[in-house]
Write a protein that binds this ligand. Structure first.
Ligand code: AMP
Length: 292
């Protein structure tokens, strides 16, 4: 697959995944905690190893995907991750893994997530650091973060420890977001993400309409389809409210640093994926097959 990446890298020195995990941990443990929980901060959050610096040319892309619940961050971040060979790290997945485990945080996380609230910065940083450390041991380089940062504090911590090259802000009208969340179906076996909703919003008052075809699951996944417990109308509305209150300021944080790329989704995956590649200055020898 011929992939042409024309995004200029920032010229400042950046850290590798290894330094990022330890830097995040150290940076976080040195800030005042304002947890709503009585979580004990794991010991690795306070270790003091020196960051291992890498020249920008030696590392891969360091991108962040922002956007409201249901906008498709996971879909496009995961496609780009395959396209560029960079790990896709979704903090929502890390949270779900933890809440489905028998770990000590499971019931606390379930309660928070199922009400549509944000998990505390402490817990998120802890889960992210663990994921970065695991990636580091496998030799991962670069990242596409999805669902992090979601608060200004998380953004400040990330900005303090590494150079994010680019922040993609995916946008879709609220009516479509709600329908997409309610129509989302996940294969409990392979984790595949599908959608039963057929979204057809007519344009009015100068606002463009949007059509998004359903994304059907393949036959082998159909018996295993489940809905996320936080994809109910009441909880999605709460997640959208919290996004507007806590996460929208993160857009401005990156806009003011010249890192934000606004991307209005023009439709479903077949219309949006080639346009996203174009907006990202990514070239593919066969954009049609990339859209399949
Ligand atoms: P998502 O899959 O991104 O919609 O995330 C699912 C849930 O995980 C969210 O509604 C939050 O409860 C929690 N979560 C994920 N990422 C974060 C984050 N960066 N900060 C706080 N909570 C998060």
């Amino acid at each position: 697959m011929a992939v042409l990446l024309r995004i200029p890298k920032t010229s400042t020195t950046s850290s590798s995944i290894k330094s990022l995990s330890s830097c995040i941990s150290r940076s976080f443990s040195s800030t005042a905690l304002n947890s709503e929980t009585d979580l004990k901060v794991p010991s690795f959050l306070s270790h003091n190893s020196l960051p291992l610096r890498q020249e920008p040319k030696d590392r891969n892309v360091q991108w962040v995907f922002l956007g409201c619940p249901g906008v498709g961050k996971g879909t496009y971040a995961s496609r780009l991750s395959n396209f560029l060979g960079v790990p896709h790290i979704a903090t929502g997945d890390l949270v779900r893994e933890e809440l489905n485990s028998s770990g000590p945080l499971a019931s606390q996380l379930k309660e928070i997530v199922n009400r549509g609230k944000l998990v505390s910065d402490e817990i998120i940083i802890s889960l992210l650091s663990k994921r970065l450390e695991a990636g580091e041991s496998k030799g991962e380089s670069g990242f596409i973060l999805d669902g992090f940062p979601r608060t200004i504090r998380q953004a400040e911590i990330l900005e303090g420890v590494t150079d994010v090259d680019l922040v993609v802000n995916l946008k879709l009208q609220e009516e479509a977001l709600l329908a997409k969340c309610l129509g989302r179906r996940i294969c409990s076996q392979c984790g595949g993400n599908y959608n039963v909703a057929c979204i057809d919003i007519k344009g009015e008052n100068g606002k463009p309409g949007i059509y998004m075809a359903p994304l059907p699951a393949p036959a082998q996944c159909v018996p295993n389809l489940i809905q996320r417990a936080d994809d109910t109308e009441e909880v999605v509305k709460e997640r959208l409210r919290i996004y507007n209150e806590m996460s929208q300021p993160v857009e401005e944080f990156y806009r003011s640093r010249g890192k934000l790329l606004e991307f209005d989704l023009p439709g479903g995956i077949p219309e949006s994926w080639p346009k996203l590649l174009e907006a990202l200055n990514l070239d593919h020898e066969d954009k049609c097959s990339a859209a399949a």
